[in-house]
Ligand binder design. Structure first.
Ligand code: GLA
Length: 695
């Protein structure tokens, strides 16, 4: 894609910077800090800020994210004097800066002078200034202005000693359905398809008389009388992600061209629906992510662990940076729960356990005005005489103690397949059920691993499964030939594969593959299907009595089922009644040196856990302390256990003390406490254990 191409010299210096985050952490230790918005405060507050940052052990702050209207109050003018002063002050105080291009939020004058820079939604409504992020990634005028200010910023500060990292824009995710977006979308489509006939074929425009005579007739998805062509929507999502990446890439290249050698990045947002982070991953020098799990959600610890494993996997296993999180409550949910300082600490240490070499927050000082005035911050409005700030000081001290963890890797032998286009295609409307949601399924499958202290990598379809002895495919609606081949190779070589319902149904355009389903995996799974049906809740399954892993309770399925036929696979469970009564629901099939399970319905948590632990045990996978997985979990409830390098992280998210038998005599890096055979982790507490040499 031209959008991701970089000039050769920019690429070379980016390669140098690729190791820059490792070098930065080797220098600073684990990064610790947050977004710092001094432009919201009078000058005298800045001294207080740096004094308290030092007290808390802050070593990295992100500056300037929303400062465009401060730097360029009048079109074409620049006021950098305040920023000079801020960067100098931070440098004098030994605090490194992640300097942001301020391009996420243009000043109001841009939209007033150039309305075409403002995005248009599906209903044709042009959005206004007065909030933030009011730009269209398709707008040439926006991009020129964003590039101009980026160039000036980079030229001024590329060699400033405080600047150790660059942060391009913020949380890229803007969509635009307007006329300029239509032009850019058409250019993208021309590159993708070359001819209008190829587009017509790929979009299946023979249906409903949608045939296009030329690219000029094609539009982004807009409000229409009835359901939109699903491939049009799918390609618009691909285009939108690429267009955002293109904007990011332009600014990143401008920073490089100004001579900056620091790592350049931007902040991802976990399983964010509008950017395909597999395609973005190579464009950033360090993977950085914003994470705001809801403290009121009982599944949050496991679900955010999955996001953290995704971030580590996007970076090929390299340490990543938790760029933003909340120390206590956010202010953008309908109902915002605070965290105890201990919970803020636990959440941060969880990210370190799963490969983060930096823990940052939104934001340093709580805003006194604006929409985020009730959003928590490291330094609350109450000041440093507060439980929140004391918690921040403690966290800073903890992170300093964890310096030995810097650079260490998490090794996982289980892989989970996930990619954005398949997610997008699977959730286009008009399908057997709207209740099947890709992320929900990935989360359900992952929770079984989490309860068992089994680490996982997220795999991109088509990637060699490598050392992963178990590969899980919770729900991949689109499986392309290369991805099917990689799965087949893995199982031939001995891997255990578990495939979830409604997988391998469609090609890259979202068109149904012809023949019995899943067309490209039938031989591997030894089972095939011919139709799908929504399923009532609690539909009974009959389990084969010979299946020794079968659960005693929860023999049910819901949401979706398939009309399956075993073509050589063993049937572990069949539908007990309904239209598919007596037909297979869960199967297992030997293939090459390995084995493949197919779960042809959304089965209960108990059945899912039974199937997954069956596969894990079959592959000889044990948890981090050498115990085989169990459907109910092989760790005390609420305890998370992760091994990162030589360090065993124990994080107790539960309400009760959790005792664990240790593989060796160990010492807690956080407290120096020593343990011989077992450790009890108090509720809300964490330990980072390293093997202790006994004499
Ligand atoms: C996002 C943004 C921040 C801030 C936080 C609030 O992560 O990047 O600027 O608005 O949300 O939670």
């Amino acid at each position: 894609m031209p959008t991701t191409d970089r000039p050769a010299d920019a690429r070379a210096s980016a390669d140098r910077a690729g190791s820059g985050f490792a070098a930065l952490c080797a220098d600073l230790g684990l990064c610790f800090g947050g977004d710092y918005n001094p432009e919201q405060w009078p000058r005298e507050v800045w001294n207080d800020d740096v004094r308290l940052m030092r007290r808390a052990g802050v070593n990295l702050v992100t500056v300037g994210v929303f400062s465009w209207s401060r730097i360029e109050p009048v079109p074409g003018e620049r006021d950098f004097t305040w920023l000079d002063e801020v960067l100098d002050l931070l440098h004098e105080n030994g605090i490194a800066v992640d300097l942001a291009t301020p391009t996420a939020s243009p000043p109001p004058w841009l939209g007033i002078r150039h309305p075409e820079t403002l995005p248009v939604d599906r209903d044709g409504v042009r959005l206004s200034a007065g909030s933030r992020n009011q730009f269209s990634p398709a707008s040439a005028v926006y991009r020129e202005h964003a590039l101009a200010i980026t160039r000036d910023l980079a030229e001024r500060y590329a060699r400033h000693p405080s600047v150790r990292m660059w942060h391009v824009g913020n949380e890229w995710g803007q969509l635009d359905h307007g006329d300029e977006a239509a032009r850019e979308f058409r250019l993208w489509l021309r590159r993708e398809y070359a001819t209008i006939d190829a587009l017509n074929e790929a979009w299946g425009t023979a249906v409903w008389s949608q045939r296009y005579g030329s690219f000029d007739e094609v539009l982004p998805p807009r409000r229409a009388p009835y359901t939109i062509n699903p491939t049009q929507s799918l390609d618009f999502r691909r285009y939108s992600s690429d267009q955002l990446l293109r904007c990011y890439g332009e600014q990143r290249d401008a920073i490089r061209e100004a001579g900056a050698t620091q790592p350049i990045t931007t902040n991802f947002m976990g399983f964010f629906p509008h950017a395909d982070y597999w395609s973005w991953a190579d464009a950033v020098d360090v993977i950085a992510d914003d994470q705001y799990p809801d403290p009121g959600d009982e599944h949050a610890p496991a679900d955010i662990a999955l996001v953290q494993d995704l971030m580590r996997s996007l970076g090929g296993g390299r340490p990543w940076l938790l760029m933003e999180q909340a120390i206590s409550a956010v202010s953008w949910r309908e109902h915002n729960l605070a965290k105890t300082p201990q919970k803020g600490r636990l959440d941060s240490l969880q990210a370190v356990a799963r490969g983060a070499d930096g823990i940052c927050f939104f934001q340093w000082r709580q805003a006194r005005s604006g929409p985020e005035r009730f959003h928590s911050a490291m330094l609350p409005a109450a000041g440093d005489d507060s439980a929140v700030f004391h918690g921040v000081e403690r966290l800073g001290a903890d992170l300093r103690r964890l310096r030995p963890v810097v650079g260490a890797r998490v090794n996982a032998r289980v892989g989970i397949l996930f990619d954005w286009p398949s997610w997008w295609a699977s959730e286009e409307p008009a399908r057997p059920t709207e209740r099947l949601r890709t992320i929900e399924q990935v989360q359900r499958w992952y929770r079984v691993l989490w309860r068992n202290g089994v680490a996982a990598n997220v795999l991109r379809p088509g990637d060699d499964a490598g050392d992963h002895c178990v590969v899980l495919v919770p729900h991949s609606y689109v499986i392309e030939p290369g991805a099917a081949d990689a799965l087949r190779d893995a199982v031939s070589g001995g891997a255990r594969l578990v495939v979830g319902p409604f997988s391998g149904v469609a090609d890259r355009h979202g068109h149904l593959l012809q023949g019995r389903s899943p067309a490209l995996l039938r031989d591997l799974l030894g089972v095939s299907g011919e139709e799908w049906s929504g399923l009532p809740d609690g539909a009974p399954l009959v389990v084969d009595e010979a299946w020794d892993a079968a659960p005693a309770v929860g023999r049910t399925a819901s949401v979706l089922a398939e009309r399956l036929r075993a073509d050589g696979a063993d049937v572990l469970a069949a539908f007990g009644d309904g239209v598919y009564a007596g037909l297979p629901a869960i199967t297992r099939h030997a293939f090459g040196e390995g084995r493949a399970w197919y779960v042809g319905a959304v089965v209960s948590d108990e059945l899912l856990a039974a199937v997954l632990t069956d596969a894990l045990r079959d592959a000889g996978v044990t948890n981090v302390v050498g115990v085989p997985p169990r459907p109910e979990g092989s760790l005390p409830q609420g305890l998370e256990a992760v091994r990162r390098g030589d360090h065993l992280f124990l994080l107790n998210h539960g309400r009760h003390g959790a005792e664990l038998v240790l593989p060796a005599a160990m010492r807690d890096l956080l407290t120096d406490e020593e343990f011989d055979r077992a450790a009890t982790v108090a509720p809300g507490a964490a330990m980072v254990l390293t093997e202790r040499l006994t004499t």
